[in-house]
Design a protein around this ligand. Structure first.
Ligand code: AMP
Length: 614
């Protein structure tokens, strides 16, 4: 193979919470790449003195050295430490805030970011893939959950870069699973992707039309998965041991890890056999417990029921009924449990796709996408939607939305803004995400100043703000002063992440406060408009002198009444007084305009007329 061919290869990587995996397109079919320890790289990292272990060796080290072993780092990607307060209790390692307030892991005295830890996993996946392929790999498509926000996607992209990969695209896991099953070759269809992994559960509903995928709805729980099943078995072992007089209710970290491994092995075996005996060393001897598949099913039933509830919720969110679903795809190691796949098939009333292997299917689909992007084929475009609206702050703290929630991505939007103060040479562009009318109630994503604007009268500069949300869900905001050509931009960096519950909460609150919010926004907008009209009227008093009898006094009184209304909170009162002022100045404005351009402009506002007089 020549050098150019060599550098062209692109792999697909499923960077999972529990396990990661790479795949590549071979003879028109995606195949998983098996490294020296098999195809799967456990997403585990262990620090052994000065040595860094990743994958299988790190998972083995978990037993002997649990304090120096880190897993589930995907949960920390792009998150603020403050947002994890309640949820990190299940992680046995120390999660701290780094200098920017982002969640990081502390091992001994070292603080390591989840991006670096993910990069270590990706580097190992890359190394194993290179071994399997016998050539260097530089390019990859990496998958993320459909609910990952901009910050989490950016963090994943950064991890890829640190691992020495050119990240061609970040794609959604359910979309990847659909690609693996060749769904894009169907003309249209509605696909449910049920993903039950080690630590998380997700269900996504995708619509496919003419080769384009769109995420209609997602639901799930980032704290539900095979680990819960293992813990149920561990608790059962502890309970049964107690009955035999063996006390292990506060097991050491090493003992806990041993119990969990024993439980997980039993669970996996029970997907094939009816009964399993678990043996653990405890209390100076061996303790054994026999668990049947039926007993195991009873232990996990409440969890499985919850996943079905999430499926119903996603259907409701997508405004679909079960009979509208054309395909069901199973993803995640835990869907190998017979009770789980039976429950899903029963709910949807159809056989589910699982023959590609639920733990490989996401990586396989990422390989299909990598192949498409590297020119293997270009027959499809992948679409997703943005979960929350994106916009900037305008005068008075109002949220000005540029990209609406549920817009298909990639999305581009542009709007022209101006200044509010004469001679203003700087504007602050503050970017927010959320559904509320005032930015104070939304989530700040980042900000920057556009400087060097040519000083002009308020309202004259034209500042174009554009939002570009790319196919990976990463946002680039640009502000451009059209006259001076000055330009400034940011790519939204991870400040902190949002959980899906928070997204739902933000949307719910926007409904709850809708009327209040609209009134507050209206009041601010009317105040802004009133300020502009009052200022223009006062300017007219300075530049124009031909007033009718009592005209000026009447206008002054109207301004006073408007100013009174502005001290209140009622937008309706401001609207009425503002209309009064506009009426009171209409005739004056027309005369001023006539004066200025000899009748060329009729019905000018006093504001425009004052400008014309200059
Ligand atoms: P994933 O996050 O998709 O890699 O899934 C990992 C989870 O699947 C872990 O909790 C595993 O214990 C579980 N798992 C893998 N294979 C099986 C199996 N055959 N039966 C039951 N659970 C399994």
């Amino acid at each position: 193979m020549s050098m150019t061919e060599k550098s062209k290869i692109a792999i697909g990587i499923d960077l999972g919470t529990t396990n990661s995996l790479a795949a590549v397109m071979r003879d028109g079919r995606p195949v998983a790449l098996a490294g020296e320890h098999g195809a799967i790289v456990p997403s585990v990292i262990s620090f052994q003195n000065d040595q860094l272990l990743v994958g299988i060796p790190a998972r083995q080290a978990m037993l002997d050295n649990p304090d120096h072993t880190v897993y589930s780092v995907k949960r920390l990607m792009g998150k603020a430490a403050a947002d994890l307060k309640d949820s990190d209790d299940r992680l046995p390692f120390q999660v701290v805030a780094d200098s920017r307030g982002l969640a990081a892991v502390k091992i001994d005295q070292k603080i390591i970011s989840p991006v670096e830890l993910s990069a270590a996993i990706l580097r190992e996946v890359k190394k194993q893939a290179e071994k399997a392929l016998g050539m260097e790999v530089e390019r990859a498509v990496i998958t993320v959950p459909a609910y990952f926000d901009d910050a989490q996607r950016q963090a994943t992209r950064d991890a890829g870069k640190i691992a020495g990969l050119e990240v061609l695209r970040i794609i959604n896991e359910p979309t990847a699973a659909s690609l693996a099953y060749g769904m894009h070759q169907l003309n249209r269809g509605t696909i449910v992707v049920y993903d039950l992994g080690g630590g998380t559960f997700d269900v996504s509903i995708l619509r496919l039309e003419n080769g384009i995928f769109e995420v209609l709805a997602t639901a799930g729980d980032t704290r539900l998965g095979g680990d819960d099943f293992d813990m149920e078995i561990v608790n059962d072992i502890i309970k049964q041991a107690l009955k035999s007089g063996i006390i292990m209710d506060h097991p050491s970290p090493a003992m806990r890890a041993t119990l969990k491994r024993a439980a997980e092995n039993a669970k996996i075996a029970l997907s094939e056999v009816e009964e399993m005996t678990i043996v653990v060393r405890a209390g100076g001897g061996n303790f054994s417990l026999t668990l049947t598949a039926i007993e195991f099913e009873n232990l996990i039933r409440p969890y499985v029921e919850r996943t079905l509830d999430f499926c119903r919720r996603a259907l409701a969110d997508a405004k679909l009924t079960i009979d509208k679903i054309d395909e069901v795809i199973l993803v995640g190691g835990s869907t190998r449990i017979p009770m789980v796949f039976n429950a899903v098939e029963d709910l949807f009333g159809r056989p589910a796709h699982c023959d590609l292997g639920p733990d490989e299917v996401v990586a396989l689909g990422a390989a299909v996408q990598a192949d498409i992007l590297t020119g293997g084929r270009n027959d499809l475009l992948l679409l997703d939607v943005t979960p929350l609206s994106l916009g900037i702050e305008t005068l008075g703290g109002v949220m000005n939305v540029l990209i609406q929630r549920n817009s298909k991505i990639p999305a581009v939007s542009k709007e022209v803004f101006t200044t509010y103060v004469d001679g203003q040479t700087n504007v602050a562009i503050r970017v927010y995400q959320g559904e509320r009318e005032l930015v104070a109630d939304n989530r700040a994503l980042g900000n920057f100043d556009l400087t060097g604007i040519e000083p002009q009268r308020a309202g004259m500069p034209r500042i174009e703000v554009s939002f570009m949300l790319d196919a990976d869900g990463i946002l680039r905001v640009t502000a451009h002063d059209i006259r001076s050509g000055k330009q400034q931009q940011i790519t939204i960096q991870p400040s902190y992440g949002l959980t899906r519950d928070e997204v739902n909460q933000m949307v719910r609150e926007s409904f709850l406060h809708a009327q209040d919010d609209i009134d507050r926004r209206l009041f601010i907008e009317l105040s802004n408009e009133s300020g502009t009209v009052i200022k223009a009227t006062r300017r007219a008093f300075e530049v124009f002198s031909e007033f009718k009898d009592g005209e000026r006094q009447q206008i002054e009184e109207t301004i006073t009444r408007l100013e009174e209304a502005l001290r209140g909170t009622d937008p309706q009162a401001v609207r009425e007084r503002l209309d009064e002022l506009n009426d009171a100045t209409a005739d004056l404005a027309a005369r001023m305009a006539d004066d200025a351009v000899a009748g060329a402009l009729k019905r000018k506002s006093v504001e425009e007329a004052a400008k014309l007089m200059e």
